[in-house]
Every structure is written in C-alpha cells, then in structure tokens.
Design a protein. Structure first.
Length: 591
C-alpha cells in the first residue's frame, strides 16, 4: 500500500462520513412530524420508551444524536429521568440498523438477483433519482428525499472506496500484526472507544471496521472487543452535551455512559469465559460485513436485555453519583441541544407559546376585572403576568430566529415564522392588560368612579373581548381555521362597540353624569380593549396565512371581509349578542 492508496482511503472515509451526515439530517427533516408524534406518545411505559428510542435512532441513523436530544428533553423538563433511561436503551439497539445497511456491501455472488442487492449495483440508480429530485423539483419534502438518496449513495461509494483502498493491506505484515494486538480484549475495547470518541459516531466506526474487514486481517477475536469499545466511545457526545445542564440532564448522560460500561464489562467477561473454556474456531476466522453487523446487534441486544429491567436501579445509582443540591433546580425552558432535531425544538417553542398565550389571556382578564373592582392583589398579578409575557417574547424570539437559520423543512420554516409573528401580539396583549391596571389605579388614586351606565356598557365590551381572545387563541393553538375565520366579524363588532361607548360617554359628560377626568380614563380603557381585538385579529390572520401559505396578513383579513360569505351573517349574530340592550351574561373574569 503506497501513499496514493492512503489518500484514496482518506477520501473514501470523508465521503462516508459526509454521506452519513447528509442522510441523517435529511431523514430528520423528512420525518419531522413523525418524530413529534413518536415523542408525543412517550409515557412511563418501559416498553414504549424503549421502542421510541429504537425507532427515532433508526430514522435519524445516530444514537449519539438521539441521546443528545434526550439530554435536552430532560433539561427542558419534557422527559423524566426514568423515561429517558428507556429511550437511551432503545437508541443503543436502533443504532444497529446502520451496520446492517452497510453489510450489504459484503455481498458476493454470481447470481444476478443477489448481486442486485449489492450497493454498487443499485446506488448509481438511487444517486440518479436523488439528484433529479434535489436539482429539478421545488417541493422541499421531495428535495429532502433526494438528499436522503444522495447521502446514502455517497456513504456507500465512500464505503466501497475505503474497502478498495485498504484491500492491499492484507499483504502488509505490519497491518496483520496490528490486528493481532487487538485480539487482546482490553486493547480492542480501548481502540474501539478512542476511534468512536474521535469521530463521535458508533455507526460510522462500525462502518470503518466493516471496510477494514475486507482485508481479511480482522478476525472475530479482534472485532468483538472493538465493537464493545465503540459503544463506550459514543457516550462522549452525550457527556459533552450535558455540560452546564440540570442535574437530571447530567444524570441522563451518565446513564448512557454507565449502561454501556456495565454492558461492556458483562459481555467482556462472558467473551473471555467462552474463549478460555471453549476457544471456538470462529474467533480465529476473518470477520465479514455481515458477521460484524451480527456481533454489533447481538452485543447491544444482550446489554439491553440485561439492563432494561434494571432501569430503576440505574436511576438510583446516578442519583447517588449526581446528588441533588439544597436549592431547587429549574428546568431550562428552551435548550440549544434540541437544535439537533429542529422539528422537536419547534414543538417545544409551540408549547411555550401556548403557555405565553395562557398568561396573556389571564393578564387581560385580571386587568379588565381591576377596572370594575380594583384591588392591589389584582394589580400585582397583572404586573407579574405582563413581565412573564415579556420574558417569553425575549427567549422565544431569540430561539426561533436561531432555529430558522438551521436547515429545516419548508413546513417547519412556515410554522417558525407564524410563531414569531404571533409572539408580538401576545406580548402586546399583556401590555394592554397593564394599561388597564394603570387606568384602574388612576381611578382609585383620584377617587373617580364610573357611572352605573358606563359600568354596564363596559361589561358588554369586556365580554366581547373575552370571546375574541378565546376564539383567536384556540384557533392558534389548534390550527382551527373555522374559529380563525370567526374572529374578524367579532373584531369589527368590538370596533363598533368602542365608538358607541365613546359617544355615549360624551353624552353623559354633556349631561353632567360623568366628569372630564373620568372621560380621559374611559377613553384609555376603550382604546386598550379595542387594540386587544386588533391583536387577536392578527393572531387569527397568522392561522389563515399558514393554511394559505401566504404571509400577507392584511390581505388575509381583507379577504375574510370581502370573500367570506359568512362574514355578514356572523357579524350580525355578534352584533346582536353584544348589543347594549342584550341580556347580560356573566364575565369570565372574577368580578
């Protein structure tokens, strides 16, 4: 083997790693909604957690990525430590799928149909289909499908290139002596651990081992300990990702490490016992692609079968190794580790936006209640809630901008844009709730009071605003187009009510029933409530925009008025419901 063979091998390795990375990222984007569905079904069930970890890893082709994602979930409070343990164990079995795919490269037969299963036979076709999808189709999902095929073709070409480049090593005595050293199980485990820690992928290191097996110098006695070590080396990624995380996130990463160390020690003892007692002849034979895939799978299945029932003991052990601190520890609301799976990070953003919506709605109700019956406790609650909406806007806005810069699907990009647009409206509703409290405090401090007629009219407007908040927020949280389309007619009724209430108050001032100072506060209150309706209209517009794949909110709202035949009927129904002469219904606010 000369320098040119070495360069060819390095080139093949680079193609292999690049192809695996491209294929994994494209698979994750293509299966984004599927991953959300899988993770959404996580329960305390050990079997379900195990199967979820297995399925997710099989999809994204990386147990390291799955484990990092799990550490992020635990850090954000989305998973308990017990659930995480089951998912991590499933991930270890899921990662064996890659070795079986790569084992196809070892097929040797003169039969035409069997030869068609060899990657070198069908990857050119996959590459052709992939490049057509990627270069000539506009749909992002089809482009991702093209990238999956191109990534797979690239990694298989890289595998073939590596195998061809190292084939000459079978005649090099030094190379044969090197793998004789690895028949020492301890050295083999160390070699596998170091290689995997460097490239941070057990799937890739198994692929490299399969490529080297084409030389015929890699015996099963050397391959088995290396495979065991690879499972320890893959823990490096998760351990690094847990730096700066919560105690439970650190425990999740430590579970991954302990699981693989304990499993390796147990299997290593069994391996040594079998070799000492029986010395099976197969250990001296040259390992094949299929043989390595089988060893990799059997090892991971044995480890999981041994330790899955002991998940509770592992949890207790890591809790002792990473003890709780005296002060309670808060979960991170948004974790950068989730960027490894953008669709899951986006789901977390949507969940937090839902929490923000709840806080904004409660702030508005408390603010409206304070106008009719002021209390310092209500004012304090509204200020706290308004601060929380500001906090949500800051963290979510920053996180979503960073998330949008990643390679995400068109659907995820559209949802991120919708969330970014809606954040400002939720935050402004919190601001208007605070404006209502300030108006209530002005009435209280100046010892002003609304007349009974004004209070009755204000309650009608507040009820209308409560309904538009419920409609718009529910349409946003559930993507309910029907509710979204009902918002605009109600917003128009609120606009009309505001003008009527302003006019009525002017008439009361002219009659001496209300003072000028009260009139100024009254105007501020009406303006705040009317603007809440405007923001609710914007939120509903985001839902309609997303469904239409059109980000012109004003055009969507205009269409709702002009093109929607139901607009007139719904407007009349709301106008009758919130007529100043209609029977009063109780407010949702506690007044």
């Amino acid at each position: 083997m000369d320098i040119f063979h070495l360069l060819t091998m390095i080139g093949g390795l680079c193609l292999f790693l690049f192809g695996m990375n491209v294929m994994g990222e494209a698979l994750e984007r293509r299966a984004g909604s599927g991953l959300r569905l899988l993770l959404g079904k996580l329960t305390s069930s050990r079997t379900l957690g195990f199967l979820t970890g297995l399925a997710v890893t099989a999809v994204i082709q990386s147990s390291s990525a799955t484990t990092v994602m799990v550490v992020g979930f635990v850090n954000s409070g989305l998973l308990t430590l017990g659930q995480a343990i089951n998912v991590i164990m499933g991930a270890n079995v899921g990662t064996t799928v890659t070795s079986w795919i790569l084992s196809l490269g070892g097929i040797e037969s003169s039969n035409v149909f069997i030869r068609l299963l060899k990657p070198s036979s069908f990857t050119p076709v996959l590459a052709l289909i992939g490049i057509i999808d990627y270069m000539f189709l506009k749909d992002s999902r089809k482009k991702d499908t093209g990238l999956i095929l191109l990534g797979f073709a690239t990694l298989m070409f890289g595998m073939e290139t590596m195998s061809g480049a190292v084939s000459g090593l079978k005649d090099v005595p030094a190379f044969q002596q090197l793998f004789l050293l690895f028949t020492n199980p301890v050295l083999g485990v160390l070699a596998g651990a170091v290689l995997t820690a460097v490239i941070q992928s057990s799937s890739a290191s198994v692929g490299i081992l399969q490529a080297l097996s084409s030389t015929g110098s890699v015996t099963y006695a050397a391959a088995v300990p290396i495979i065991m070590g690879q499972n320890i080396g893959t823990c490096v990624t998760a351990m690094l990702s847990s730096v700066g995380a919560t105690k439970n996130a650190k425990r999740a990463a430590l579970v991954h490490l302990l699981f693989n160390i304990i499993g390796t020690l147990v299997c290593l003892v069994l391996f040594l016992a079998v070799r000492a007692l029986f010395n099976p002849a197969i250990l001296g034979e040259s390992a094949t692609h299929f043989g390595i895939a089988i060893c990799h799978t059997v090892f991971n299945v044995i480890c999981t079968a041994l330790l899955l029932p002991s998940g509770n003991l592992l949890e207790k052990l890591v809790c002792r190794l990473v003890p709780d601190t005296a002060a309670p520890e808060a979960n991170a609301e948004l974790d950068e580790r989730l960027f490894a799976t953008p669709s899951i990070a986006l789901e977390r953003c949507r969940a937090l936006t839902g929490e923000m919506a709840d806080v904004a709605a409660q702030a508005l109700r408390d603010g409206a209640a304070s106008i009719l019956r002021y209390s310092p406790d209500l004012a304090k609650s509204v200020r706290e809630e308004e601060n929380r909406t500001d906090h949500y806007e800051d963290i979510l806005g920053t996180y979503l901008v960073r998330l949008s810069e990643l390679k995400i699907s068109t659907a995820d990009s559209a949802e991120a844009a919708m969330l970014l647009k809606a954040l400002n409206d939720f935050e402004r509703i919190g601001d208007h709730a605070l404006n209502l409290v300030e108006s209530a405090e002005e009435l209280e401090n100046k010892q002003l009071a609304l007349s009974d007629a004004a209070r009755q009219e204000l309650m009608v407007l507040i009820r209308a605003v409560e309904e538009i908040i419920d409609l718009s927020f529910q349409s946003f949280l559930t993507n309910d187009l029907e509710k979204a389309r009902k918002v605009e007619p109600l917003e128009q009724v609120i606009d009309d009510l505001k003008e009527k209430l302003r006019l009525h108050h002017i008439l009361r001032m002219q009659q001496g029933a209300c003072g000028i100072e009260t009139g100024f506060v009254w105007s501020d209150v009406l303006t705040a409530l009317e603007r809440v309706g405007d923001h609710c209209s914007n939120i509903a517009g985001c839902v309609i925009d997303t469904a239409r794949h059109d980000w012109n909110t004003h055009e969507a709202l205009r269409s709702a008025r002009l093109d929607n035949e139901q607009f007139g009927e719904e407007y009349k129904a709301y106008a009758a419901k919130y007529s100043l002469n209609a029977p009063m219904e109780p407010l949702k606010a506690d007044i």
